[in-house]
Structures are given as C-alpha cells and as structure tokens.
Write a protein that binds this ligand. Structure first.
Ligand code: GLY
Ligand code: MN
Ligand code: MN
Length: 385
C-alpha cells in the first residue's frame, strides 16, 4: 500500500486530539476525484482506518492546524528530514511541507525533549530482522534478479553496448513485476569493470572484456543486490580465471562466516585474508597491507528496504540478510605485470543469516567459471546464436 505525503504520530498513552482519545494518528492525502484521475486512487481517511487498521486518520491538510502540545511529553522522537524529499510547489501538504509543519510544532519544545537519533536506532534494529512477509518479498526481488542475470549471460556477445546489457537486465525486472531497479544498474566492461559504482553504461563491450553486472530488482519496496562477472565472449582467459577463482574462494570463505553470533565483520576478515594471501602468491602485492590497493571496499552490508540498509552492525542475527561481495580490481597502470591490467571481478550474493548454515538466497545463478561459460552457451530470450 503506497500512501505518499503522509505522517504518522504515535503516542505512548492515549491523548486527546480534537476531542478524540487516541494513541495513533495518521495524516494521509484525502480522497479527491479530480486529483485521483491524475495520480491514482487514494485510501483517504476512512480507507486508512479500515484497511490499515489505524486508530485515527485525518487529511494531511489538517496536520498544520492540529494541536499536539508536544511540550507536555517527556520525549519527542522523530526522523530528521531526508534530503531526497522534494518540494512540490503546487501541494501545500506534500511531505516537504509536512516536515516543515512538524518542525515548527516542535520548535519551541525544551531541547532535551527533542530526539532525532533514537527513532532511527530503533528502526534500524527492526529493519535488520526480517519478518516472514519481508522474507517473502526479499526472495521475490532476489529471484527476479537471478533470472535477469541468467538472461544476460545467455544474451551477452561482443560489440553489444553496456546499455544493451542494462536493457536486458531491466526488461527482465519489469517483465517479472519488479517496480524499479533498487539502485542504478552497474554494467561495467573492460576498464569499467574496475570502477566500483560505474553506472554510465555507454561503452561498447569487446570480446576480451570482462563485464561486472551488479544489479538488483526492487519488489514492493524491497531490493536485491547481486553481482556476477561475465566474460563478454563467453570464455575466461587464463589470467581472468586466476583472478576470478581467488574472488570466488574469498567469497565462499566470507559466506562461511555468515552465522548468527559471529561479528558482522567476520565475512570481511575471512575474504580479505584469502585475497591478500593469493595476491601475494601471484606477486601482485608484496605484503598484506597492499591488498587494499586492489580490494578497496568491505564485503558486506545489510539489505532490505534500502540497498545499503540500516542495521546495528552488532553480531549477526538470524533472519537478517547481508551481502557478501569481495572483489579484485586491477586498473591499467597498476604496479604489477600488465597481463593483469583491466581485470575487475566482483561476486556478490545475498545471504540470509540463520541459526545454522548460511542460506544463499541468490544461489540459483551460475557462479563458477565453468557454470557461467555453460550458461552463456544456452539459448535465451535475447540470444541471436
Ligand atoms: N550495488 C551496490 C553494492 O553492491 O553495494
Ligand atoms: Mn551490488
Ligand atoms: Mn552490495
């Protein structure tokens, strides 16, 4: 249910607002036939009370004039305004204005009653642990993303543009009911495989390029985030396979650490240690400290309503989902044999933490070099071979 331009106020105990005793008030866009013909149906106040089972719902136009006496409370917990909230100058009750109106309501309360940090802390804790309904939506977002990655493997061929691979990914997202990509799709080939959050996606892909495909479908607000690295001509070269297999070994070592009770950072430590040792064996780095030149990010973040979702970063808990995504990126000009230059590899899976073994939710996509090369020989929706 999407009800934009709403604000929810929850009280610890019943309070009297406009002569009514209540513990929660949701201000929503009122029903308005002339507006709904442009932007779609609204729940309205009555719909919010019946369908969302909110105790009291008012029109958001009434928020400004509703008196709350916030100074009578011990604490007022709230979110500060997010910087992606834009002002719709034609709507005096849009989210931007609701924030301004709320700010003016609390402007005069005692400073020690005003807390804009705690709520985020509580929500982070709640968002870290997924309910069964959230797990259903996450599984759906992830399985759509898996399907898109597989379809790309089947279609990829030299001289396609990066944006054409992006089009295939996002076609499969939409065709399977995902509303959006959860973040700008990253399709970086050749030298662009070494740019971590590349999303220009304009280059023509050459046969000797690797393509880093880091994408995630968003389904009903929940996003996946899965990376595969694919050889554009269907075959990993000797050097590409060597680097790829190190990243894979690091990723499997990281995933092994994804257990309830382990530190959030254990997967990162395990994966970094593998990459460090293996790059030293190849002579690409001389000492453990050199690993950060070629693996310059962490392995994990929480995943959920946001791609880099909030969480506590305390020891891992059952029913949270994190990514495990080590990589090695060796741009041209790096201080190593130039046979390694322009090889960029990242492998990313979405892992459900359980009280037992880690559950790799994105496990249905080919991952070893052999599996990827085999998938690239299959016929798919977009293959011309
Ligand atoms: N797709 C962004 C990330 O992997 O964190
Ligand atoms: Mn990613
Ligand atoms: Mn990620």
């Amino acid at each position: 249910m999407r009800e934009p331009n709403s604000i929810l106020i929850i009280f610890k105990n019943n309070v009297e607002i406009n002569g009514e005793q209540t513990k929660e008030i949701l201000f929503v866009q009122p029903k308005d036939k002339s507006k709904e013909v442009w932007t779609g149906k609204r729940l309205g106040e009555l719909g919010a009370e019946i369908i969302l089972e909110i105790e009291t719902a008012y029109s958001n136009k009434e928020f400004n004039t509703t008196v709350f006496n916030f100074d009578n409370f011990d604490k007022v917990y709230h979110f500060p305004k997010q910087n992606d909230v834009k002002d719709n100058v034609f709507d005096k009750s849009d989210l931007h204005n609701l924030y301004l109106q709320f700010d003016s309501k609390i402007a005069t309360i005692n400073a020690n009653k005003n807390d804009e940090n705690k709520l985020l802390e509580w929500m982070s804790k709640l968002r870290e642990i997924k309910s069964p309904e959230e797990l259903y939506l996450m599984n759906k977002a992830i399985s759509i993303t898996c399907e898109a990655q597989i379809e790309l493997m089947r279609a990829l061929r030299p001289n396609m543009a990066e944006y054409q691979s992006e089009a295939i990914i996002e076609y499969v997202f939409k065709a399977n009911g995902a509303e959006y990509p959860g973040f700008p799709s990253i399709l970086g080939s050749g030298e662009n495989s070494c740019i971590l959050h590349y999303s220009t996606n304009r280059k023509t892909m050459l046969g000797n390029n690797l393509l880093v495909s880091d994408v995630g479908a968003e389904y009903h607000g929940y996003t996946a985030d899965v990376t595969r690295t694919i050889p554009v001509d269907g075959h990993f070269s000797k050097e590409e396979k060597i680097i790829y297999d190190i990243v894979l070994k690091a990723q499997l070592a990281g995933i092994k650490e994804c257990k309830a009770g382990n530190s959030f950072w254990d997967p990162n430590v395990a994966a970094t240690s593998v990459i460090s040792q293996e790059l030293q064996k190849l002579g690409i780095i001389k000492s453990p400290i050199g690993v950060r030149r070629y693996f310059m990010h962490g392995t994990s973040h929480y995943l959920g309503l946001d791609v880099h979702d909030v969480g506590t970063y305390l020891p891992l808990k059952a029913n949270s989902i994190i990514t495990v995504e080590p990589g090695i990126y060796i741009p041209e000009g790096s201080p190593c044999d130039k046979k390694w230059w322009n090889i960029g590899v990242r492998i990313e899976d979405d892992v459900l933490i359980t009280n037992g073994q880690p559950n790799i939710l994105s496990d249905c996509i080919p991952k070893t070099t052999e599996e990827i090369e085999a998938a690239m020989k299959e016929k798919g929706l977009f293959s011309i071979h």
